[in-house]
Design a protein around this ligand. Structure first.
Ligand SMILES: *Cc1c(COP(=O)(O)O)cnc(C)c1O
Length: 427
């Protein structure tokens, strides 16, 4: 270990984990139990009263989950984390912690389609309003903020087009209005960029994607940056007012720079219940050990594929931030010099019909609604993930009718290109 502390690859393998104290097991065990025995009644009372940390019941906390939380918090540079059942569960708990009925938040319209649905439709049931802004134009966030605005939400590397966002510029808007900046870092992962270093206050992930990395386990996580002052005049009552269910505890006073993670756990996860299974936490922990190796290979393969596609006659355009002349290349070089991620889009000259035939002709690529698998994946967003958006929203989100989205895997790049070539030849 260096003076600056362990490096990223060391943390990816070791952070949060120790040999099991009772058995000596080196790999973090799957603590497949619903509940945990108390030492005595005083111990139980202290746990329930938040006077002492400890395991009670796996809906609230579990030792396998705890290692996952410590590891991802370390990789993102946060003070604490809360792992949950999915990326969407993480987003629900983040907004439950800051929003009251009638409040609003401002989100970039360049968003994963599922998040656009959750914000635009499902959140209406809670009377939480989303206001859309353009992540390429920080001033558009300014214009949407009023006294009921509670936060700003962006993706660091935005779906589905794979464009890097000027996080620092949007963080500046958030700071000026005294609002927390929440960043979905799913597509980039902390290997490529750490939003907390650019002014974000909260980071969320779908662990389902690159962090787990093998297409086998759902999960989500919230990372508390420890940077935001939640004490402000009743704006965030869950954090700043006495909690009747915990004998009048004021969370930001007791838990300081990790109060947000505690609130999301003891007031959100506890009551809504989207706990991650210990088995999934174990699978994702195993995946994280190779995150640095996998992400670099994903990026290297994706760049080679994007360059190859750009030279094909049947391809009308390729948008990959890693390409030298891409309009997003300068932001990529600034925020993510190690690579531009694995997900990008391109268009075929034949439009909608050629796109459908191309997807159907691929053999190595899997046609499915996911990203961030070891396997190469393909989808036609306009007919799948972004189907519920209006045509205008589709185009705004980079998911117009001719758009094909690839998530490049870590197979041999020659085989990936050969598959694209044989399918292109057929259209
Ligand atoms: C998949 C995804 C989500 C949602 O995560 P789930 O684990 O599927 O609930 C959120 N944001 C981004 C960027 C995603 O890719």
């Amino acid at each position: 270990m260096t003076k600056a502390g362990p490096g990223f690859s060391t943390l990816a393998i070791h952070a949060g984990a120790q040999p099991d104290p009772t058995t000596g097991a080196r790999v973090t065990p799957i603590y497949q139990t619903t509940s945990f025995v108390f030492d005595d009644t005083d111990h139980a009372a202290a746990l329930f009263g938040l006077q002492q940390f400890g395991n009670i019941y796996t809906r609230i906390m579990n030792p396998t989950q705890a290692v996952l939380e410590e590891r991802v918090a370390a990789l993102e540079g946060g003070t604490a984390a809360l792992a949950v059942a999915s990326g969407h569960a993480a987003q629900l708990l983040v907004f439950h912690t800051i929003m009251r009925p009638g409040d609003n938040f401002v989100a970039a319209k360049q968003l994963y389609g599922g998040s656009a649905n959750q914000f635009g439709h499902a959140f209406k049931s809670f009377d939480w309003q989303v206001r859309w802004a353009d992540c390429a134009d920080p001033a558009s966030f300014d214009a949407k903020i009023d006294e009921r605005t509670k936060g700003i939400f962006i993706e660091s590397l935005a779906n589905p087009g794979g464009t890097f966002v000027d996080i620092a510029a949007i963080a500046e808007v958030a700071r000026r209005h005294g609002l927390p900046l929440i960043v979905d870092n799913t597509m980039a992962t902390p290997y490529l960029l750490r939003p907390l270093e650019h002014g974000a206050d909260i980071v969320v992930h779908s662990l389902t994607k690159f962090i787990g990395g093998h297409g086998n386990s759902m999960g989500g996580i919230i990372i508390d940056g420890g940077t935001f002052d939640w004490s402000k005049s009743g704006k965030y009552p869950l954090l700043s007012e006495p909690r009747p269910e915990y004998a009048g505890v004021v969370l930001h006073e007791v838990f300081g720079n990790f109060a947000f993670a505690i609130a999301a756990r003891v007031l959100g996860l506890r009551d809504f219940g989207p706990a991650i299974s210990p088995f999934n936490a174990f699978m994702i922990l195993t995946g994280i050990e190779t995150l640095p190796l996998r992400m670099q290979r994903h990026c290297d393969n994706a760049l080679a594929v994007a360059k190859w596609l750009k030279e094909r006659d049947k391809v009308s355009w390729v948008r990959y931030s890693g390409l030298e002349h891409d309009p997003n290349n300068a932001l990529q070089m600034r925020y993510s010099p190690k690579g531009a991620g694995a997900v990008f889009t391109f268009g075929l000259k034949g439009g909608f019909e050629a796109g459908k035939r191309f997807v159907e002709g691929l053999e190595l690529f899997s046609h499915l609604a996911n990203i961030g698998d070891t396997r190469s994946l393909v989808i036609h967003p306009a007919s799948t993930t972004h189907r519920q958006l209006t045509p205008e929203q589709q185009v705004a989100a980079g998911a117009g009718p001719d758009v094909i989205r690839l998530s490049i895997g870590i197979e041999d790049v020659a085989d990936i290109i050969a598959d694209l070539e044989q399918s292109l030849a057929k259209i």
